[in-house]
Design a protein around this ligand. Sequence first.
Ligand SMILES: [Zn+2]
Length: 377
Amino acid sequence: MREARLIGSLRYRSLRYTKNHPLRIPRVSLLLEFLDAMKLIADEEKVEGREATLEELLLFHEREYIETLIEADRCQCVPKGAREKFNIGNYENPVSPAMFRGSSLATGSSVQAVELFLEGYTAFNPAGGMHHAFKNRANGFCFINDPVIAIEVLRKKGFKRILYIDLDAHHCDGVQEAYYDTDEVFVLSLHQSPEYAFPFKRGFIEERGEGEGKGYNLNVPLPKGVNDTEFTYTLEKTLIYLKDVFQPQVYVLQLGTDPLLEDPLSKFQLSNVGFLEAFRIVKDAFGVGVYLGGGGYHPIALARCWTLIWCEISQREAPDEITPAGEKVLRSVDWEEFDDEVDRTYMFKELKDKPRTGEIRAEIKNLLQKVKATLYS
Ligand SMILES: [Zn+2]
């Protein structure tokens, strides 16, 4: 049996985005504090994250871009021309301690997740999953693409058939672009259709890869309002079809929690038990993989959801109730966006949401037919 390891750090507390950014919220540190308070993690299961080395960053990113991030970090300012050239120093990708030091720590932690996986552990790096970053440009709150660097580490170890699965509510444009022309990495993403959601320009089903990579990229763009039933049905069927055309030696899974109903940045309606079910579907299909975090902009929803994922990874029974100590940690979060209109008391009392099941709409069934035809074409 594989033992579980959670790679994290309380250093993220001081490596935050700037004041009005959606990622200013506590995430990994909150998860760690919550797991401790709930007594759901043992000391030996915690691994302190480390920063990525320059060599690791250059496995994907261009040197000039990384050097500019380092310079921006040093002065906490926008170096001349960097806004236009590298898309940093704007509202979307601001200069802050998160920009380089936070991203580098998250990226080193993704490399650790790969190493621990190869040593026989099941490893989860909740700070990882920054899937939007391009090789020479920040994008969608992401500066360093740690999933790509994790995959590059696997390729250096000799893996030739790697599957990347992305459950984040947003399309993984940075990862897709990195592997668009290779058949060694299959990129699969389920997400909000770019017709109405970021990144708008990428994520359509017609994007299938090019050259050697043709057929090794699959986008499943979903309509607004997707419920548990629709999401898990789509994922399960898609993986059945995918297995016919690609048999991975290893997979990397991005577990952004923004498909949850409570998330302020997405239009999906998943419950955390629906999300957990999606995780189990991947695990049932391909066994244990390398697990990374991702988006997620409601701190409490995120902490509860990744707690369920962690319990699954570490083969613990997830409790139904949040203990007073756990509730205290969640209530300590100072976040001005708590919606007073909706009663969210359950989020502080219960760990699991009520399932948000429902009908599978005709458009989802049609989409799956399209997915099947696309994959087998
Ligand atoms: Zn997202």
